[in-house]
Design a protein around this ligand. Structure first.
Ligand code: AMP
Length: 282
């Protein structure tokens, strides 16, 4: 497995693989890798001859009051996680390699970014789309893998790829969870023992919603207030949002009469956690 930090080195390797007729799967990450990331690598490995993992804590997607400086980083541990999964190349650039001093071009997807995390984190998806476009152009993959954990991100990237004609297949991968249901996340490492116990309330609220839906409940207001009540019982938790939106448009829905994404963001202590589930209308 190669570990490279320069764009030129990635291009050199990618060119050789393409000349040999090999397909490339890309897994973009911010590092501090866990089994969620590894499940993306496993899918990439299955579908492609070569797998590239990028590790880059992208300053552009963090707001001024967010956790850019404290975001967990451990490249040595990440190398082992990638090696285990048979990754061929890690691209771990510096911010200076990605953004030259005169950098001044952006990719901004409208509409889908108005709601949910787009509304709560202004500029976040512009940063995501810009860096993912750059990573696509640097690594020229056949397929790129994203987690359903970041459901809005997946939807936004799919729209960007359609709109800008990137010749790349975008593959969404299921959410990987801890045994108690908490979605795996690099940010879980911020949680104290008590916060970690409290953090299960996100998943519990999803389970509650699914139980209500299984019993026939279709009113979003009713399900929403039950989820809210459950989370508010946790003194360490503070809801940022719980939203039910149409799976394609990400516009709010009031009844479950179409495919619906329920997405939530909850602060547990100072740590902002997200989770979601999809209701499929039959
Ligand atoms: P991040 O390093 O948090 O930016 O995540 C990199 C990629 O891994 C994104 O496509 C995420 O959606 C995906 N990912 C993160 N956590 C999980 C998880 N628990 N299950 C599945 N995919 C995940």
């Amino acid at each position: 497995m190669k570990v490279v930090t320069s764009i030129a080195d990635v291009r050199h390797q990618v060119k050789a693989w393409h000349l040999a007729g090999e397909t490339i799967g890309l897994v973009p990450t911010m590092g501090y890798l866990h089994e969620g990331h590894q499940s993306l690598m496993a899918s990439a490995k299955k579908d492609n001859q070569r797998v590239i993992v990028t590790i880059f804590v992208n300053p552009m997607q963090f707001g001024p009051k967010e956790d850019l400086a404290s975001y967990p980083r451990d490249l040595e541990r990440d190398k082992i996680a990638c090696e285990q999964m048979g990754v061929d190349l890690i691209f771990a650039p510096t911010a200076e390699e990605m953004y030259t001093p005169c950098f001044n071009s952006y990719v901004d997807v409208n509409g889908l970014t108005d709601a949910l995390c787009g509304e709560k984190r202004p500029g976040h998806f512009k940063g995501v789309c810009t860096v993912v476009s750059k990573l696509f152009n640097i690594t020229c993959p056949d397929r790129a893998y994203f987690g359903q954990k970041d459901a809005q991100q997946l939807a936004v990237i799919k729209q960007m790829v359609r709109d800008l004609n990137f010749d790349i297949e975008i593959i969404g991968c299921p959410i990987v969870r801890e045994t108690d249901g908490l979605a795996k996340s690099s940010r879980n490492s911020y949680l104290s023992d008590n916060e970690r116990k409290a953090a299960v309330c996100l998943y519990q609220s999803i389970e509650l919603a699914n139980t209500m839906i299984a019993k026939g409940e279709r009113s979003v207001a009713t399900i929403h207030s039950a989820m809210q009540l459950l989370i508010e019982q946790q003194s360490l938790a503070k809801i940022d949002y719980i939203e039910f939106v149409d799976l394609c448009s990400l516009k709010p829905v009031s009844q479950l009469t179409q495919d619906t994404l329920c997405a939530l963001a909850v602060y547990v202590g100072k740590t902002r956690l997200i989770d979601n589930f999809i209701y499929h209308f039959h």
